[in-house]
Structures are given as structure tokens and as C-alpha cells.
Design a protein around this ligand. Structure first.
Ligand code: PHE
Length: 350
């Protein structure tokens, strides 16, 4: 029996085969050794001691053979593992995900404006006529409402229903984040009525806007704006300029070779927006020249009135700047389309 067991164990090619052999010979219930043990009862009393000894030595031999076979298999397992692991092979690179450069820019802008005391709010991307135009002092005849310059959901619908707002006028994908100015001021007034206090408004809103421009290096039908609004007693244009200057300096803060910090300049150019008076266009110095980054101005009294403020009581400033523009200057990106092609070879650089 010991010989047979030894053959079976050494012949076992893998762990399963060895286990099957172990059950056959050493199995506690139906193993062949057990069967011999059971047969011991029938052995003559006088022969018992000798038979017992014999049984013990057979058992030892089988167990030893089993142990050897186990050792042999583990050794070859280890060898197989060693063969499979070639330390000279190049490793599999781990791909780490990262935030989109525009998301990084937005987070940074929120952080900077947050330090200046502006809280970040959001507004809907599908807007109604009131928030995108009417309350912003953009009259019905204004060219900014042109269907060719806006993504109306349904220009055909003139009654409340699909594609139309509460006033029956068509909804659209907002063309500017200035819509959020109106929403925030309305909310503030509603809160003020409830609480009896008229809190100053100090917010930024960062989000997508949509205009049916043909995509080229500097245009894309969807882009992001950062909108800012401050309404309080005695707000002046000087506050607007210093906030924007501080914002740009913090955003672009870079150490120069001589250890000083690079100076960032902004300038205002007179301009026109229906919802600010006076209005300016904001430029930032760039490569020896100027680059336009957005519009700004003092909130037009008509806008303050439209949402229920008294322009004799409070004044405010507002600004709206292109997030992509600011990010492109930062990273020297020359084509806005690169930001939205989602080529990881491009995106992985930021
Ligand atoms: N909404 C304007 C635009 O999209 C920018 C702007 C915002 C101008 C706030 C003045 C005040 O061009």
C-alpha cells in the first residue's frame, strides 16, 4: 500500500491530483489506510502487536510520501511564479485622472473671489426672456435678442408651453451669466422682505453660456463666464477697478527671476451694455499689448429698479469675463477648440 501511495503522490502533476490521491489513501472516512485500520479487528490476538506496528510504519511511509509530494509541488509553484515575473520588463503606467483645465480655472477663480468676500452661486442654463433680457434693460427691439445670435428653444412657441417661459416668450440657452445678477437680486429682495434686513449682495457666478458662433480659434458656441455683482451703499467704479485688479493679480501671480512678483495691469475702455452705466471693456496686459477679457460697469438704475431696489439708496458694480480667455492666457493655449476636443494628450498637460 505504501508503494502504491508513493507512486500516486509522486505522479500527481498538480495540487488537485495530489489532493485526490491524499483522499484515496489517507482519507479519514473512506481512505484505503482507514480500511486497513478497520480490518485490524479481525486480526488474531497474538498477531495484533506485529500487525499494529506494521500498520503504523505503513502509515508513516504514506504520510512522508505525501509531505514530500507537497513540498515538491510548492517548490515548482514558486519556480513558476519566478518565471512569470520578469523584473526587467517595463511597468504598466498608471493613468491618473485630472481636472479639466477650465474646471481648474473655475475652482481657482472661486477661491480668489471667495477671499475677497464674494460667494459663488449658480443659475440655470435654460433661461427665460425676463432674466436674459428684459430685467437686464435689453428692450424688445435690441439686436442682442436676434434669433441668429441666440439658441432659442423654440422661436415658434408664443404661448406658454413647450419651449416657452411663464410669460409665454421663448426660452433660450442663456447667452450671458448676467442672468444670475437678476436671480440673485430677486432672491435677496425676497429674503429682505422676509427678514426685514436688506443685505449687501456680493456674489460671483461661473458657468456655461451659449451663442451660435462658428467655432474657430477664438470662438466656440459654448464657453464659460465669470460674473460678479456687488450691490451696497456707496459702491463706486473705483471699487470695481480695484476688485478686478486684485483678482487678476492673484490669478496670474507669478514669481519673476529677480525674486519680485510679476505686475499684472488692467485697463478700462469706455463701452456700452444695456445693464450697466457707465460701461467699460476690461483689458489685461499681455505680451507687450492688451487683451480684452470682458465687460463691466456700474449696475444701471433701470436694472436695480427692475428687481425692486431703490437706485437712490444703493449702487453696484457688475462684471462678466471670459473664463476660457483667462485660462488661455495662463497656459498659452492658442486654439479654444483644443479645450473641447477632449484629446487626453492635450488635457494631460494641465
Ligand atoms: N454680459 C456681458 C457679456 O456677456 C458682460 C458684462 C457683464 C458686462 C456684467 C457688464 C457687466 O458680454
Amino acid at each position: 500500500l505504501a508503494g502504491e501511495a508513493q507512486d500516486a503522490f509522486t505522479g500527481a502533476a498538480d495540487r488537485d491530483a495530489l489532493e485526490a490521491a491524499r483522499v484515496e489513501f489517507l482519507g479519514a472516512k473512506a481512505g484505503r489506510l482507514k480500511a486497513v485500520q478497520k480490518g485490524m479487528g479481525k486480526v488474531d490476538k497474538t498477531d495484533k502487536p506485529a500487525a499494529g506496528q506494521k500498520l503504523n510504519s505503513v502509515k508513516k511511509a504514506i504520510e512522508q510520501a505525501f509531505e514530500q509530494a507537497t513540498g515538491r509541488l510548492s517548490a515548482s509553484d514558486g519556480k513558476a511564479k519566478q518565471d512569470a515575473f520578469d523584473v526587467t520588463l517595463p511597468g504598466t503606467p498608471v493613468r491618473v485622472g485630472r481636472l479639466h483645465p477650465i474646471t481648474q480655472t473655475i475652482d481657482r477663480m472661486k477661491e480668489i473671489m471667495g477671499r475677497l468676500g464674494f460667494s459663488a452661486v449658480e443659475g440655470p442654463e435654460i433661461e427665460d426672456d425676463w432674466h436674459n433680457f428684459e430685467a437686464l434693460n435689453i428692450p424688445l427691439s435690441h439686436p442682442a435678442r436676434d434669433p441668429l445670435d441666440n439658441f432659442y428653444l423654440s422661436t415658434a412657441t408664443k404661448t406658454a408651453g413647450a419651449g416657452a417661459g411663464p410669460d409665454g416668450k421663448p426660452l433660450l440657452l442663456r447667452s450671458q451669466t448676467s442672468t444670475v445678477q437678476i436671480r440673485v437680486m430677486e432672491q435677496c429682495i425676497a429674503n429682505a422682505v422676509a427678514s426685514g434686513a436688506q443685505p449687501p449682495v456680493r456674489i460671483v457666478s461661473l458657468g456655461r453660456v451659449y451663442r451660435p458662433d462658428t467655432a474657430d480659434a477664438t470662438h466656440y458656441p459654448m464657453f464659460h463666464q465669470i460674473e460678479g455683482l456687488l450691490v451696497d451703499k456707496g459702491v463706486t467704479m473705483a471699487d470695481l477697478k480695484s476688485v478686478l485688479r486684485m483678482f487678476c493679480q492673484s490669478y496670474y501671480k507669478r514669481d519673476t527671476d529677480d525674486g519680485s512678483q510679476e505686475d499684472v495691469h488692467i485697463r478700462f475702455r469706455p463701452s456700452f451694455f444695456p445693464f450697466t452705466e457707465p460701461s467699460v471693456e476690461v483689458d489685461i496686459n499681455w505680451q507687450g499689448g492688451w487683451m480684452e477679457i470682458g465687460g463691466a460697469g456700474m449696475v444701471d438704475p433701470n436694472v436695480l429698479r427692475a428687481v425692486g431696489y431703490d437706485p437712490e439708496e444703493v449702487t453696484g458694480f457688475a462684471f462678466g469675463m471670459g473664463v476660457e480667455r483667462i485660462a488661455m492666457r495662463q497656459h498659452n493655449i492658442t486654439d479654444i477648440r483644443d479645450l473641447y476636443t477632449n484629446d487626453v494628450r492635450f488635457l494631460a498637460q494641465f
